[in-house]
Ligand binder design. Structure first.
Ligand SMILES: [Zn+2]
Length: 168
């Protein structure tokens, strides 16, 4: 699967589509630079996802605080069970070098999409929260009335198991 195909697949999930970089996280990416963020992503994947049995698997990725964390939830690379479900990565075995590289590449592709999609919004915007309800990428309209805030969900991959609960 190419990166574009992976991003297109993610865009079919109302749950994954809810994640966006907040203005402050976009500012972080601009100030640190994409290369620094990529190296953070490589570290997070190596430390939190790559072991055969990662510590706290399923809860090791915060919902906010770093652009890579948000990107991991958006790209279903937040824990080994999401990686297994979405990308057929086997559990119980360490991630290979190439699996780690692909994971980082997907995360960075998502971040770069977010940065360019949001480039206009950042002009004079003081809003500090991601807009979780409008599905601005417009591939499929988001469920009307969906108000769940990704920042308030502690275990996103659990919420995804019953997507019908988010529909009105
Ligand atoms: Zn997960």
């Amino acid at each position: 699967m190419t990166r574009d195909e992976a991003l297109a697949k993610l865009a079919t999930s109302a749950f994954r589509r809810r994640f966006h970089l907040s203005p402050s996280l976009r500012r972080y990416v601009r100030e640190k630079g994409v290369d620094a963020v990529r190296s953070h992503a490589a570290d997070f994947i190596a430390q939190r996802l790559a072991p055969a049995h990662p510590a706290n698997d399923g809860r090791q990725t915060p919902m906010k605080g770093h652009p890579v964390f948000v990107a991991q939830h958006a790209t279903a690379t937040c824990c080994r069970s999401c990686m297994n479900k979405w990308w057929k990565v086997p559990t119980g075995t360490p991630l290979s070098e190439s699996q780690q590289k692909k994971t980082v590449a997907l995360i960075m592709a998502w971040i770069e999409c977010e940065m360019s999609a949001a480039a206009n919004e950042d002009e004079g915007s003081g809003v500090q929260r991601p807009n979780a309800s409008d599905g601005h990428d417009g591939r499929k309209s988001a469920a009307p009335g969906t108000t769940t805030n990704p920042d308030g969900t502690s275990a996103g991959h659990l919420a995804e198991r019953s997507p019908q609960n988010t529909l009105t």
